[in-house]
Ligand binder design. Structure first.
Ligand code: GLN
Length: 203
């Protein structure tokens, strides 16, 4: 055992699969809080934006007065991991978004919502991810986005081939990490462990 401090992580809990992310983070050595209020956000060292419905999460974060505090913490460098809808929320630009939909932004990426096709509810594959040892990660994509364009500060850690092109599905920019898929549903905690390490090195 090491004496490394236990990071205190939040999971944005206005909608989406909060419980599974908390379990995966706790299995990776973090302590967690469900974040629904600005005071809860202020207390955490890092945050997970879960999958769910990005239009709903966008609306609810505004109603709960979390949008400005979230944008401020992201701008100050708080580590954030966004999964699926969470990736959309971290993106500076969206394609196929709802007319009034806003993102929190922070990552210099353009994401396409429901990129695998409107009819494609889910898609699975074994995905090698740069920086994650121990073989590919089982990736479950549920009405998932992918990255259409990214700026030069963005590292692409994994991509899928579709329609003859390569589409980034795991990206990192400094303290921000995003995956198009849902690692919290498989019992493989390596993506969460990578994020907990990012938080440890940032704090
Ligand atoms: N399609 C959803 C959205 O646009 C994301 C789906 C998910 O998070 N599983 O928000």
């Amino acid at each position: 055992m090491t004496d490394a401090p236990v990071p205190h992580l939040g999971v944005l809990a206005v909608q989406g699969d909060v419980r599974e992310h908390r379990a995966a983070l706790e299995a990776s050595g973090a302590r967690t809080t469900a974040v629904r209020r600005p005071a809860e956000l202020a207390a955490v060292d890092g945050l997970v934006l879960p999958g769910g419905e990005s239009t709903t999460i966008d609306k609810l974060t505004r109603i709960f007065d979390l949008r400005d505090p979230l944008r401020a913490r992201i701008a100050q460098g708080m580590p954030v991991y966004g999964s699926c809808a969470g990736m959309i929320l971290l993106a500076d630009r969206i394609l196929d978004g709802h007319r009034e939909q806003q993102t929190l932004g922070g990552m210099d990426i353009t994401v396409r919502r429901n990129a695998f096709g409107r009819q494609v509810d889910s898609y699975e594959c074994d995905l090698p991810i740069a920086g994650i040892a121990g073989g590919p990660v089982r990736a479950i994509f549920i009405r998932a986005p992918w990255v259409e364009e990214c700026g030069e500060r963005v590292e692409v850690l994994a991509a899928v081939e579709a329609k003859g092109e390569s589409h980034p599905v795991v990206v990192r920019q400094g303290n921000l990490l995003a995956t198009s898929f849902h690692p919290e549903v498989t019992g493989d905690h390596r993506v969460h462990a990578l994020f907990v390490e990012m938080v440890r090195s940032a704090t």
